[in-house]
Each structure stands twice: as structure tokens, then as C-alpha cells.
Design a binder for this molecule. Structure first.
Ligand SMILES: [Fe+2]
Length: 190
């Protein structure tokens, strides 16, 4: 049997080197609260420091690889709207949302210990607590509308900014920390 599933958006996952994860965490450690969920923007001087090894250059490289695979050619220009950190503790949801821009990304910097009993359960329709759940369209027979990924430190997901996603609140201990970004891409130098 041959099966084909040619439709729908492409999601990419890369593993970011630990040195970059450590650098972002070192900065974020000075900004997050120890006991409550927070969000804050990464300043431009942080994302651009380091020349070729800067966060912005290394992320742009991944966006180009993603576009080359998904669309056949990397973009000439990859510009970032914003990078931000999301620090969450038990009970905090990330309601279903879209991003602006063409390509969005999320990098996992810290993962919580989710209660074992909860890992065996899931929200209605299969959404997993603490996971990232990508959703498209409505539920249809023979066509998947949801995929869930368990965050792992260093994993970065790239996806179309218009793709709906949600993280349901987890029960457990520790911090769930991620970095997100929005990128605008262009081929014509415009
Ligand atoms: Fe998001």
C-alpha cells in the first residue's frame, strides 16, 4: 500500500545547540519571576550580539532551511519582528492563538515535571497538558486536524504564523519556559 498525505502546513523541528540555549536562559534567569508566570521581550542588543553566532543570525539560518524544504527556495530576506520569552508555572494556559508575520517559531528552554497521572490523560480531542498542540480546520474523517509535541529543551519548532496553536495548563512542578518569534520573509528584496 502507498499512502499520500500531501495537504496542509509543514512544521519543522530542529535541535538548537546547548550553548545558545544556555545563553538565552542566562539572560532570562535575570528577568523571570520565581513563582509566577511572566512574559517579556528580548531586547534587540541581546538578539543581535555575537555576530554570526547571534540569536538572530542562527535563527534566520533555520528559517531559510525550513523555507527551502517547504517551498523549494530559501528567502532572500528574513526579518524578525520580535523575540519574546514566556515563563509559565502550573495552571497557566496559553490560549489558542496565531502569530503575525510569515514564519513563527517556538524554542523550549526549560520544561516542567508534569504529574505522571496527567500525562496519561488528555484534554478533549487529544490535546496534551503542557504540550504544544497545533490545530487546523475542523475534525474530519481520514484527515488529521491536531498534532501534539512534548516540549524538550533545545527543540525549536518553525511553522506558518497563521497556524493555530495552544498549550493547555499542566499540573506539576517547575517552570515551562519558551522563546517565541515572528519572522517576515521576502524573495524580492522588498
Ligand atoms: Fe504561539
Amino acid at each position: 500500500m502507498e499512502c499520500f498525505t500531501p495537504f496542509g502546513p509543514m512544521i519543522a523541528r530542529f535541535r538548537l545547540p546547548q550553548d545558545l540555549v544556555d545563553r538565552i536562559n542566562a539572560y532570562a534567569d535575570s528577568q523571570v519571576a520565581a513563582d509566577r508566570s511572566t512574559e517579556f521581550l528580548l531586547p534587540a542588543e541581546f538578539v543581535t550580539q555575537g555576530g554570526e553566532q547571534s540569536l538572530v543570525r542562527r535563527t534566520a539560518s533555520l528559517v531559510r532551511r525550513y523555507l527551502a524544504r517547504a517551498e523549494g527556495s530559501p528567502a532572500e530576506r528574513v526579518d524578525f519582528d520580535v523575540f519574546w520569552i514566556v515563563s509559565q508555572y502550573a495552571g497557566t494556559p496559553s490560549p489558542a492563538h496565531f502569530h503575525s508575520g510569515d514564519v513563527a517559531g517556538v524554542l523550549y528552554l526549560k520544561v516542567p515535571q508534569i504529574d505522571a497521572a496527567e500525562e496519561e490523560n488528555s484534554y478533549i480531542a487529544g490535546r496534551q497538558a503542557g504540550y504544544i498542540n497545533f490545530i487546523i480546520g475542523g475534525k474530519q474523517r481520514l484527515s488529521k486536524s491536531l498534532i501534539s509535541f512534548k516540549p524538550q529543551v533545545g527543540d525549536i519548532y518553525l511553522f506558518p504564523g497563521w497556524l493555530l496553536h495552544v498549550a493547555e495548563p499542566f499540573r506539576g512542578s517547575g517552570e515551562r519556559r519558551s522563546m517565541a518569534f515572528n519572522a517576515v520573509v521576502a524573495d524580492d528584496g522588498a
